[in-house]
Design a protein around this ligand. Sequence first.
Ligand code: NAD
Length: 462
Amino acid sequence: MTLTYTPVSEIPKIVQGLRSAFNAGVTRSLDYRKQQLRAMYNMISENDAAIREAVFQDLHKPPAELMIGESGMVKQECIDAIKNLDKWAANRSVKTGIVNKFDNVHIRKDPLGMVLIIGAWNYPLNLLLAPAVGAIAAGNTVLLKPSEVAPHTAALLTKLLPAYLDQRAYRIVNGAAAETTLLLEHKFDHIFYTGSGQVGRIIMGAAAKQLTPVTLELGGKSPAFISRDVDIAITARRLAFGKFFNCGQTCIAPDYLIVERGIEDKLIEAFKASILEFYGTSVQSSNSYGRIVNKSHFQRLKGLLDETKGKIVAGGEMDEDNLFISPTLVLGVDKEDKLMEGEIFGPILPLMVVDRLVEGVKYVNQGDQPLALYVFSKNKKAIDYILDHTRSGGVVVNDALVHFIVSNLPFGGTGPSGIGNYHGKRSFDVFSHERSALIKSMGMEKLNDLRYPPYSEKKTRW
Ligand code: NAD
């Protein structure tokens, strides 16, 4: 399936249509929202084979990884939203003083209006549709902009969405930077963006011109601390899962390891054992291992391996025609190494060996706050120390990646790794306006005397 970019002349019409639908109240009723969420659930369920095929063509993504990291999650988000919508959308009463004792004072959860969601290529289904679940649940009209870097998934969603969801309220616009730039000239009521910090800055700049609030789901170099006391086999297995899932192209993949000196050799051996267990003797023939998304990312990763001063101690095999890079470990990497400059975003895992984990804490704190931070240790004091002396979007102890699928944990970054968070009820909140409401009773007018002129000395003594 080929992806056709939306002609730019159509963009204003699409935006106006969504604005009119919102103003006409198309998306207001809770029943309508639930019905649309059910339709989204059905769209994913009924087209499982086509979705598998499209995401496979884009990323060679194994079906199990699609289910765990994308389709299963979005369906669960739909179920949670449908089940809880009445509760989430209900007015919340607040406590008042004597003056408002007879009034109805509460917080409404109103939709924001027309919102824009811009997705990234690495989880092309999830990163577009999971935020959309929140936006739909909250009663907004939604413009979706899939990543053009995963064109098969974008083309499939462009075909499927109109067959399931109400076209008056939910539309897709396709394109790259040029089309997105034009989109950003329009006034939205919220922009939800997932992708690099570099483009995140462009999005926020464009949003600022319209005073539009943003959620930015960005990336960063997520470290994993490993103390000497851990079970090395289990640690390597969990980290190998976290790092090589989606071929390392995960925003919360462990980017590099900070390993306490003395266990590095055993850890490398344990990693090799996990790689063998997961992908067999020929990783390239394994059905459980993905591919790099395109040639330019392949070249970027190859360049990193060419320039590192570290030693490749596992993997390092590459096949450009097949966009294949094997799970690769690099030992002897220091702070100045090429691999430590930016987010790796591929199946290359550098190990930085330190005498004490405190050195790693200092190192992490010299850089930007990462999106995730991992600690592997049995020592509660060491764990607490690291958590208390670092900052990151989220943190997991003794595992990697798994916080992403706990819908009650808000998912997002801090500082350069992002602004805002979502998942579960948080997604509903992101796209809702907490509107303060005071419904005054017409009775008890006597109570108001105190605030009306003419003022007197007596009225100022409360
Ligand atoms: P990408 O290339 O898919 O870009 C993201 C979106 O930005 C796309 O829809 C693209 O069309 C749009 N875009 C690109 N250039 C633009 C421009 N100049 N103006 C306006 N829009 C533009 O994805 P990417 O940026 O390569 O994504 C990788 C980054 O995203 C990594 O840093 C990763 O960590 C981060 N990421 C974060 C999360 C998260 O949930 N926090 C998830 C996935 C990826």
